[in-house]
Design a protein around this ligand. Structure first.
Ligand code: NAD
Length: 282
């Protein structure tokens, strides 16, 4: 199948970034979110990001206009009917994603590929709620999408090779470097990253050092570009907690226990940059 139109479900920070890089590569992109305000924020965020590229002389005004013309937005999931590839990037909750996949399976044409940008949830289990499990695959982008090169491409148990190959090709066409990863909780990126972030939160919880100093240790000591607490704020503390819960319950291993402070921050609505307050204030 020739992929021409890409649907993006969920227009949060990841969905907006995915829509942008796909549109920049010349794909027709249709973005869906239940929340109209999220769509408006995504469209203005994409325009700002493209203007930044113009300032850096990495993009021309014509290219920016072409990219914006490639993107449309809708609050109706039926808008995905013509998409050849749908990339789901809604909130990291299995029940939400299962419901979306069930509906997409009914709405999309039979050959359409259904991909998920989940950070941790089983691709095999999401595929199993559809009648096309061989056409379901993981495409795990990194944040911020326009900057980060990696895409983990994840096969579910039933993903067919042709589907895996096609999304690998799409990842390359949008300028990313795909890495072949097996379906396992957190895949590779978050199997390693999230326990480190969680441990950083434990350091704060136990009063070992201030947030700024914990981040400084990892930046200066380990050459990390961002400290774990600043990175948690960027990812979103709700997403971090969801990933830790998936690791904890899937492996049934106490080493993945979410830090109580992380749980409390999410309970308080301190989700990081997206709510203006996390370990830092924005
Ligand atoms: P976000 O909170 O910024 O955005 C989530 C969006 O999903 C919101 O706009 C919300 O309105 C929408 N949404 C919720 N339920 C929906 C539904 N039923 N249908 C359509 N839209 C719905 O979250 P995000 O950081 O963009 O994360 C999205 C996905 O990407 C998650 O699966 C997350 O694990 C994954 N991811 C996140 C990061 C990161 O650093 N934040 C990195 C890689 C992957």
């Amino acid at each position: 199948m020739n992929i021409q139109q890409i649907g993006v479900v969920g227009a949060g920070q990841m969905g907006a970034g995915i829509a942008q890089v796909c549109a920049q590569a010349g794909y027709q992109v249709i973005m869906f979110d239940l929340n109209g305000e999220a769509l408006e924020k995504a469209l203005s965020g994409i325009a700002t990001s493209l203007q930044r590229l113009i300032k850096k002389e990495k993009l021309t005004i014509d290219e920016m206009q072409g990219c914006l013309a490639n993107i449309s937005a809708s609050t109706e999931l039926s808008s995905m009917a013509q998409a050849d590839l749908v990339i789901e990037a809604a909130s990291e909750q299995e029940s939400i994603k299962q419901s979306i996949f069930r509906q997409l399976d009914d709405i999309c044409h039979p050959d359409a590929i259904l991909a998920t940008n989940t950070s941790s949830i089983s691709i095999t289990r999401l595929a199993a709620v559809t009648k096309r499990p061989s056409n379901v695959v993981g495409m795990h982008f990194m944040n911020p999408v326009s900057v980060m090169a990696l895409v983990e491409v994840i096969r579910g148990l039933q993903t067919q090779d042709a589907v895996f190959d096609q999304v690998t090709q799409v990842a390359k066409e949008i300028g990313k470097t795909p890495v072949d990863v097996k379906d396992s909780p957190g895949f590779v990126a978050n199997r390693i990253l999230l326990p480190m972030i969680n441990e950083g939160i434990f350091c704060l919880h136990e009063g070992l050092a201030k947030a700024e100093d914990i981040d400084e240790v990892m930046k200066l000591g380990m050459s990390h570009p961002m400290g774990p607490l600043a990175l948690a704020d960027l990812i979103g503390l709700d997403t971090c907690l969801s990933i830790m819960q998936v690791l904890y319950t899937s492996f049934n291993d106490s080493k993945y226990r979410p830090c109580p402070l992380l749980v409390q921050m999410v309970d308080a609505g301190y989700l990081g940059r997206k709510t203006g307050r996390g370990f830092y204030t924005y």
